[in-house]
Write a protein that binds this ligand. Structure first.
Ligand code: HPA
Ligand SMILES: [Zn+2]
Length: 338
């Protein structure tokens, strides 16, 4: 076997964590059509093939328009359960041992689907995965940044009875024009409740948005963070604070954040001492789950064995699983690599 194939095999075998995954972005067209039919909802696209053909994006907004359209067929608790379970089954087969899943409550409450319906379906699937496979899971409620801070506060109020099920808060959707500082007060309220905090920053938005996420929102993690590399002082700050970046290679390619996988900055991030991790973001839309993301990086950027090991380690140490579980997975990883 050549070096590339050996590394791809190793990437498949190693215990992996997924820290940046939107559950609504795992909606495979086949399942979307099946649930649409079950719920008697009309989709804009008539066939699975026509829908798949539309997955050509020039930027984040192009994708989001389809993403919100797709999730509109989710109406009942069982729909959220089925969606989540289908994803968990897939990644369990890929040796993913721990997942931290975002969901976008406002994408559903805005259409009249109650918060309770969504979270009950998602959480039941997470619990079943823990029972069935020993996978560990965390749930991250994300605010849509194109909506108001008031709407985020309403979402937090709806979540209050379920705080035991929610581990962290995220910030996603259209980044440009919606800086983190717009959500300063609501994130402070989340912190006061003891929730972890993360935010998408520096995917399309400027380094200034990453600064705001760190200095105003006081994030525990940064989702994407690609454009932080444009600012040396920011890189130094991220390193000093030991913040993890949840990087999404195939997403970056599909949304034209990078124009070619050979130009992906993940090797540079590692060389700069940043805690970069590999994640799939919205795998049904971007052409692949965890193993596909690792394969694409290995083929495109030529990451070596030491870098692959570092990425997997960062995924474990940057996760919100408990320390004992981290130690166990780090040991398994070490045994596999040495
Ligand atoms: O990649 C993303 N960026 C911002 N918002 C999102 N919502 C789902 N995926 C994304
Ligand atoms: Zn994302």
């Amino acid at each position: 076997m050549n070096v590339t194939d050996t590394l791809i095999t190793l990437a498949k075998q190693m215990p992996k964590t997924e820290l940046h995954l939107h559950i609504e972005g795992t909606f495979e067209p086949e399942q979307m059509f099946a649930i649409a039919q079950r719920n008697k909802v009309e989709l804009t696209y008539q066939t699975v093939e026509a829908l798949k053909a539309a997955y050509q994006f020039n930027n984040l907004q192009d994708f989001l328009d389809l993403y919100y359209q797709g999730m509109s067929v989710l109406l009942h608790e069982v729909d959220f359960y089925d969606l989540t379970m289908a994803y968990l089954e897939k990644v369990n087969d890929e040796n993913v041992v721990h997942v931290e899943i975002f969901f976008d409550p406002q994408g559903h409450t805005e259409r009249g689907v109650p918060f309770d319906t969504q979270i009950k379906g998602i959480y039941r699937a997470l619990q079943d995965a823990e029972k069935k496979w020993g996978m560990t899971t965390r749930l991250i409620m994300s605010f849509l940044r194109h909506l108001s801070e008031e709407s985020a506060f309403e979402t937090l109020a709806a979540a209050k009875p379920y705080l035991d099920w929610i581990d962290g808060i995220g910030l996603d959707s259209s980044e440009l024009g919606h800086p983190p500082e717009k959500f300063l007060r609501v994130f402070q309220a989340c912190k006061d409740l003891g929730l972890k905090v993360t935010a998408h920053a520096g995917e399309e938005g400027p380094p200034e948005y990453v600064w705001q996420a760190i200095e105003q929102i006081h994030v525990d993690r940064i989702d994407h963070g690609n454009r932080a590399l444009e600012d040396e002082k920011l890189v130094e700050t991220i390193r000093q604070k030991n913040l993890t970046l949840t990087v999404c290679p195939l997403s970056n390619l599909k949304l034209c954040v990078v124009n070619d996988m050979t130009h992906h900055p993940i090797k540079r991030m590692l060389a700069l001492g940043l805690n970069a991790t590999v994640n799939s973001d919205d795998p049904a839309y971007f052409g692949g789950y965890m193993n596909d993301n690792y394969s694409a990086l290995i083929k495109g950027t030529g990451i070596n064995k030491a870098e692959l090991y570092q990425l997997a380690q960062n995924g474990i140490t940057g996760s919100w699983m408990n320390k004992e579980q981290q130690q166990n997975h780090l040991k398994t990883l070490e045994d596999l690599f040495h």
